[in-house]
Each structure stands twice: as C-alpha cells, then as structure tokens.
Ligand binder design. Structure first.
Ligand code: ADP
Ligand code: ADP
Ligand code: MG
Length: 643
C-alpha cells in the first residue's frame, strides 16, 4: 500500500477520498486554488499545496503543477476524483512519466471510452448491445438527416465528445433536424472543442440504469446496478440501488455485458457502464443498450457502497497499489436498498439556476450518510460545481430507505443560499417515484407540482417574525413588561402582509397578521408556535429568514432603503442571470438583432445558458469578452435605446 497519495480534486469527493485513505493508514496531500485556501478538504488532509488561481484552468486542471506537488511532497500516487482531470488520458500518461501511479484506469482504456462514437463501435464488437443509430465518421448534414430517417423518429443527436448532457438534442420531426443539428454542433464546439455528433434512436420512457464495475487490469466484476432515472436536463438528481423492478435475469444480462465491456479494454479500477433501458416494455434481458462508459469513480457511488458494504475508494487504492480484486463475483451480494439525493445551491423555480452564497448555517441529519465538502461559514463560490452535499440513506427495503431519505432531508438545515432541498423533499413524496415507477422524463413532467411553493402558513410567518426580532435572546425577566400594555412592533417581510409582534415575557411573544393572532415561544434552539405541527427551527441572517424542516421556506426582510430597479432601462441591458464564465459572444457593436437572437453563452459549472435578445434592436455596446468570469447582474450587452 502507498504511504502517501495526492488528491487532484476538491469538495466532497476530495474529503471522501481522504477518509478512506486515512482508514488504510495512507497520508493524503490536498491541492487547492486561491479561493479554497481554507476549504474543508485542505483542513482534512495531512498536507496541502497551493496550485493557482480560482478558475479550474489555473489550478485543478493544471496537470503539471499537480504532478510537481506530488513529487515535492513525496506522494506516490494521484487520485483524480471525478471531473477535472479524471478522464484525461494525457494526464494519466504524464503522471506515469513522472514515475507516479495514477489511481484509475490506463491511458488507453480512457482513450477507448473517451468518444461516444468510438466507444459504441468498440462495445458493439465486444457483443454489448448498443443503442441503434449512426455513429460513423460522415458528418455531412444530408447524410446525418438520412441516417435519422433510417433510424426512425424521435432521434437524439449527441456530441461524440459530450458529457453532462451538453451537445445533446432530441428531435421529434424530420423538419426540425437541420436546426437541431446546427445547435448541437455549435454547443459541442464551444463545450468540447469537437463538433462531431452521432445520431441514435430516442428510447421512449427511458430509464437510466448503470452498472458499477471494478477491474484489476485483467479480471473484472460488477457491483450491481444503480438507477439514475430521476434527472433534470440529463443530469442526475436522486439515484438508487438496486433498480426498482430489476429481475435476476436482467441483472445477470446487464452485469455480463458490463463486465465484457470492462474486459474488452483491460479495465483497471472503478468504472461505470451506463445503459439506457426501455421502461415502456418493462425490464427485460433484451431491453437495454450501452450508452457510454465513465472511466472514473462516479458521483453516486455511495449507493453501491451502501448495498454492498464495500468501500470503493479502498478498493481503488488497493488495486492501484498492485493487489488483485479484493472479492470475486460470487462473494458479492446486495443487502437492502439505498438512495442518494444531490443537495445543490440552486434556484429550482428559476430553471435550476446555480446559486452562490455564504452558508450562514449548515447542519445535517444524523439518520444519513452526508458526504460534503463544506461547513457552516463556507462559501459556495461561482467557480465550481454548486453541490453542497450528497445525502445517502440505506434501509432493508426500498420503502424504508425512501422514508429515511425523506426524514434526512427534512432534518437538513441550510441557510445563506437558495437550495433544491424543498424540491428534493417533494420528490421523495412523489407518488410515481414512491411506487418505483421512474423514467428520465418524470421530473420534467411534474415540474410544476414539484416546485410549487404554497403561500406560507400563518405559523410560518409567525416563526419568521420571532426570528426577525431574535426572540430566543430576549430572556430578560422583565421582557415585555410595560405599564401601557403590550408594545407592538412591525416586521416587514417581502410578499407578506404587514405583521406585528409584541413581546409578552421572556422569550415569549404574540404575532398578529390581519385578524389572526398566535403565541410564540423560544425553547432550546427551536420555536413553539401556536398552530404549527411541530417545533420550528430556523435562522435569520443577512436579511433573510430560513425555516428548516419538511417544508423549508425563506423570507426576505424588507430593506426600507432599497430602491426599485428602473424596469425600462433593464430592457436595454442584457445581464448575467447568475455568476459564471462567458463562453462565447455572438454579436458586435452595430449588429442589428431580432427578438430571441442568441447574444452570448454563459457557463456556470455543468450548465450552459444562452442569453437571447428580449427585443429587436441594434447592439450599442458589448461589455463581456469570452473567458471573462462575471458576477450575477453584470451587464454583458447593451442594446441601443429604442427612442
Ligand atoms: P455522474 O456521471 O457521476 O452521475 P455527473 O454526470 O452529474 O455525475 O457529473 C460528473 C461530471 O460532472 C464530472 O465528470 C465532471 O465532468 C462534472 N463535475 C461534477 N462536479 C464537478 C466538480 N466539482 N468540478 C468539476 N467538474 C465537475
Ligand atoms: P452524458 O455524457 O452527457 O452523460 P449520456 O449519453 O450518458 O450523456 O446521456 C445522458 C442522459 O441522456 C441519459 O442519462 C438519458 O437520460 C438521456 N439519454 C441518452 N441517450 C438516450 C436515448 N438514446 N434515448 C433516450 N434518452 C437518452
Ligand atoms: Mg452519462
């Protein structure tokens, strides 16, 4: 076993790797960018090395700097985590050239699976079923359109170099093909520097079921499947293992196909073979097709760990250190059921917009495994993926594991940024999901219901008022005592009718809204509110009040000094809707644009946002350059005044 390894990553995955390394007696070296100087992964590691500026290309993507850090600290191996350099074959080669071990597959295995078209061809030859389609070299639009006709609509256009759902377009009718092809190619060119695409049959009622595999370079085993069908925009939201409705027969067929895939490329380490399954026909041994292979540890690996009792990072270190596979296929079995929910800083109703902010408060439920890379007080910065944590639960049955997930999410407390916590909680109560009737369209179909925010109940408003005046700390024995009776003060919350609160005693108050009045008292870190179903926990910080629990909700304290933004001036300005990186600008000063014209592309980790013209006009100013990192609200393009 190694004495010391370097982890070429950040966030939750770096922390998670450090823990397994420590359990094996292996020391760990962290690397960090300027903005991560006091990050959790740096604090947890035995040593840490600064590798540059906040932008990934200036730090976590600087292969040579990372290799130098490993050599300088005496680390013998490098674990890449996921993302960043994890699937970069040139990095693997450079690590090995420096005399270090790459904890992962070989350069050639990564190359073989790097492009979806080549991977599909390879898998087809290895006898693994692939999605019917065209994955050849001819990129002539006429030819691709002909291929789509031959496959039969609907079809999916995919960037061969794609990932994270980018460069992918669903086309339902032949007349839409040409335009979809153009936009897929241009998105692929910006995102991956490679505009080649493939065309494949779009599977109706698709389920995403993937197989965890593990190889030692010669032999390979599978560690069963994960169902990742709960997706928004082709990105996973909640994953589970095993897959609901899976039969022994289909599991065996998928497992064998995945192991064949791994053996075909002499796979070493942890990997995932992703399949698309036709859920409309039920789970059957001839109803799954290879989509792609991810040659790394996957974000959702903990659900596999929960049902197999295996530490996959431990296996990665042991195999990289030269041991054979720790267990054979016959020694592996499934115990119970597990779920993982990805908790993000994001604004769900606004279209899952990534968010940022300082975490004023962060507390996890004890009934779950919570993999995180942040603590209370840490910042979710615009530079990286805005994932706050993965909440993982396990139980003897699917129903119990799901109940535990619901409870764990209800007990998770985050303040300081908007999150998808309420959305995740609503998902755990979705009838179709509860019944195991999942497909990749579930979230999109029921989005309105899943993000529906009810007007707050009076008890929630009352709790917010108590938090606003910090009732818990008004413990003076004379609190509320006044000759003239109760003293009512007003609390102004955005979108809430005027509220009044009067202190009636130590840590006690009454809250009045219109004709309603309830009592509130603070007890042991929570509030007892008349009419509330349970004790209420929450926090007031930086002008925002957050209530935790099964139905988390947020209130904004009105700032009397704040002025309305001039609404008409805004239509001349195209603003960045979120912090991000300007990927492309399509217009120049003097251009005349139609309403809806593409002006620029803004990227915030894992999502590209196309900014379009809200009205027709002439471009007066272009304030953003490709490559610039911008804050939310930064003006990017200015249209000439209409008058
Ligand atoms: P998985 O395929 O494991 O379900 P996703 O596809 O949602 O996970 O995300 C994994 C990919 O997303 C990574 O390979 C990487 O491209 C990107 N990614 C996710 N998190 C980060 C991060 N913190 N930094 C950089 N890239 C990330
Ligand atoms: P990425 O590299 O972006 O992860 P994938 O090829 O893995 O791309 O596809 C991502 C998601 O897109 C899948 O999980 C699935 O939801 C959907 N998808 C991919 N291929 C198909 C298909 N042929 N039919 C229906 N849905 C598909
Ligand atoms: Mg994928």
């Amino acid at each position: 076993m190694f004495d010391k390894i370097l982890i070429a990553n950040r966030g939750e995955i770096a922390c998670r790797i450090i823990r397994s390394a420590r359990a094996l007696g292996v020391k760990s070296v962290a690397v960090y960018s300027q903005v991560d100087k006091s990050a959790l992964h740096v604090a947890l590691a035995d040593q840490a090395v600064a590798i540059g500026g906040p932008a990934p290309r200036d730090s976590y993507l600087r292969g040579q700097a990372i290799i130098q850090a490993a050599l300088a600290t005496g680390a013998q191996a490098i674990h890449p985590g996921y993302g960043f350099l994890s699937e970069n074959p040139d990095f693997v080669a450079a690590v090995q050239d420096a005399g270090l071990v790459f904890i992962g597959p070989s350069e050639s295995a990564i190359r073989a699976m790097g492009l979806k078209d080549a991977a599909k061809a390879l898998m087809h030859d290895a006898g693994v079923p692939v999605v019917p389609g065209y994955h050849g070299a001819n990129q002539d639009p006429e030819h691709l359109a002909g291929a789509a006709d031959a496959i039969g609509y609907p079809v999916l256009i995919k960037a061969v170099a794609g990932g994270g759902g980018k460069g992918m377009r669903l086309v339902e009718r032949p007349e839409d093909f040409a335009e979809a092809l153009d936009s897929a190619k241009s998105e692929a060119a910006t995102a991956f520097g490679n505009d080649a695409v493939l065309v494949e049959k779009f599977i109706l009622k698709p389920r995403h079921i993937e197989m965890q595999i593990f190889g030692d370079g010669v032999e390979a085993v599978h560690l069963f499947e994960r169902d990742c069908s709960l997706q928004r925009r082709h990105q996973k939201v909640i994953e589970e293992a095993p897959a609901p409705g899976m039969t022994e027969e289909m599991r065996a067929a998928m497992g064998q196909a995945a192991v064949r895939a791994a053996q075909a490329i002499g796979y070493k380490g942890a990997g995932t073979v992703e399949f698309i399954v036709d859920g409309a026909r039920g789970l059957r041994p001839d109803g799954f097709w290879f989509m792609e292979m991810n040659t790394r540890l996957q974000v959702e690996h903990p659900v596999t760990e929960a049902i197999t009792g295996i530490d996959l990072v431990e296996w990665q270190l042991r195999v990289a250190a030269g041991e054979g596979l720790p267990l054979g296929q016959d020694a592996l079995s499934i115990s119970g059921h597990a779920f993982e929910a990805r908790l993000y800083a994001e604004d769900v109703p606004a279209g899952f917009l990534p968010a940022t902010g300082r975490l004023r408060h962060l507390r996890f439920s004890e009934g779950a495994r919570n993999d995180t890379g942040v603590r209370s007080g840490d910042e979710i910065s615009p530079w990286y993926d805005p994932m706050i944590a993965k909440v993982i639960t396990h139980g003897p049955t699917r129903a119990l594991a799901l109940k535990r997930l619901e409870a764990a999410l209800g007990g998770t407390e985050v303040a300081g940024t908007v999150t998808n916590l309420g959305f995740l909680s609503a998902l755990t109560r979705h009838a179709g999901f509860r019944a195991g009737d999942v497909d990749t369209g579930l979230i999109a179909r029921d989005l309105d219901m899943l993000c529906h925010q009810k007007a707050p109940e009076f008890w929630q408003v009352a709790a917010a008022a108590a938090l606003a005046i910090d009732l818990a700390h008004l413990t003076d024995p004379l609190a509320g005592f006044a000759q003239a009776g109760l003293i009512w003060q007003s609390v102004a919350l955005e979108d809430v009718a005027p509220l009044h609160i009067a202190v009636t005693g130590p840590a006690q108050a009454r809250v009045r809204l219109d004709d309603n009045e309830v009592s509130v008292s603070a007890e042991g870190g929570a509030l007892r509110v008349e009419g509330a179903p349970e004790l209420v926990r929450g926090i007031c910080a930086a002008g925002r009040i957050t209530l935790f629990g099964a139905m988390p909700c947020d209130f904004v304290l009105c700032d009397p000094l704040e002025r309305e933004n001039g609404a008409d001036a805004a239509s001349d300005l195209v603003l960045a809707p979120m912090p991000g990186l300007v990927k492309a600008v399509f217009v120049a000063v003097g251009d005349s644009v139609e309403i809806g014209a593409r002006l620029a592309i803004l990227e915030a980790m894992k999502m590209e946002h196309t900014l379009t013209a809200a009205r027709a006009g002439i471009i007066a100013e272009v304030l953003a350059q490709p490559g610039a990192q911008v804050e939310a609200g930064t003006a990017l393009v200015v249209l000439e005044d209409e008058a």
